[in-house]
Write a protein that binds this ligand. Sequence first.
Ligand code: MN
Ligand code: MN
Length: 470
Amino acid sequence: MADKTKGQALKEQLFYKKKTAFERKNQKELAAAQKYAEGYKIFLDKAKTEREAVEYSEKMLEEAGFRRYTLGEKLNPGDCVYYSNRGKNLFALRVGTEPIEKGVRICAAHIDSPRLDLKQHPLYEAEGLGYFKTHYYGGVRKYQWVTIPLALHGVVTKKNGEIVNVSIGDEPGDPVFCITDLLPHLAKDQNGKPLSAAFTGEGMNAIVGSSPYFEEDGSVTPADEKVKLTVMAALYEKYGIIEADFMSAELALVPAGKAVDVGLDRWLIGAYGHDDRVCAYTALTAAIDNKDSEHTILTVLADKEETGSDGVTGMKSFLVMDLIDELACELGGNPAVIRANSKCLSADVAAALDPLYPEVSEKRNNALIHCGVAMAKYTGSGGKGGTSDASAEFVAEVRKIYDDADVIWQTSELGKVDQGGGGTVAKFIANWNIDTVDIGVPVLSMHAPFEVISKADLYEAYRGFIAFGK
Ligand code: MN
Ligand code: MN
């Protein structure tokens, strides 16, 4: 081959070039990514709500030797513990052997996903059909949630405190629920409306039954609300719950079905809830596998991110501070010093450039599928409104950690300037004087009932969290 010209060599030296995982990885490494994805798909199927994610994560942690921890307990270097906040928000803590004032390596993901919550009085009937009324949770594009099979997941807490776990629609043979839509023949008026108006929140009612209640002699009951009675009787038989119990319940309709490979080559995964279980799973498995790290590693699986991170199980709760105070108290350190020396990856998904909708993205700065885990220095909307904007110094630090570990990563920005925007938990952690940057897996169809990610990016997210905790 002819020698490179000075210009060609200089270009190679000076220019940045984004490459896919397929260009950078050998077949053995690619096979490892495929294998890792299988465990993730099981996690997706088992963890459709934040409560289910906590339950399954606790099992993973227990198997890895972590033990349950309650605030105020003794902590020692080398301890592996987890703390469950009301069963909806989980903290996995690996106490390091280095002095605690060196800080904590935090990875914070969230385990709640957009869905259709049941209202507190959800059940009614109309024209012989029984319905659940819903109130959508998080950023839901309503038209995507009609005419798909839905499963009911959640808990009902009875007045005596007994907690009943509900799961209908995801086991083989289970019935499902669904929200109907107009036939095209009669959709003239609806078709003329903008998407934001064509489907209303109060119209998101799911069919839950359709037959009247039958008396013991086989006759239709003379009682009114016959279908509602059938549904209530079925729920009473299966779960022992009465209508008033809905008032103290957390029940949600989520897409029914399992995570599946997308495409003949099987390099994509389609599923409900990649946002943000993809970062929860990768951060958690990294925390479990980072056995020889001397750092203290804290993995946070937060709830309520999709509604703004408020509340006792959201990232704005002071629990992270409390845990750092506990570490300071038990291991002998100044909590302010610990926070100042801590670093955090806000582990949340990025918007992948969608070739079907290139007009909303700016291709030089948008994350691309298969090009690795995506780092967003800033988020927000408009003039970066609402972002914590990680410092150049911290970005350089993470950049070096990732490059040294040969983690495939890219930068990302949420679409074109002024196209929209969004945020993550990064700013809440940064507000506590902890350097934080957003890192996560690029997603296609984010917040849809069926989101798509790359197995290669999934694996690089895991490898990145490992490198960060090492
Ligand atoms: Mn998210
Ligand atoms: Mn989201």
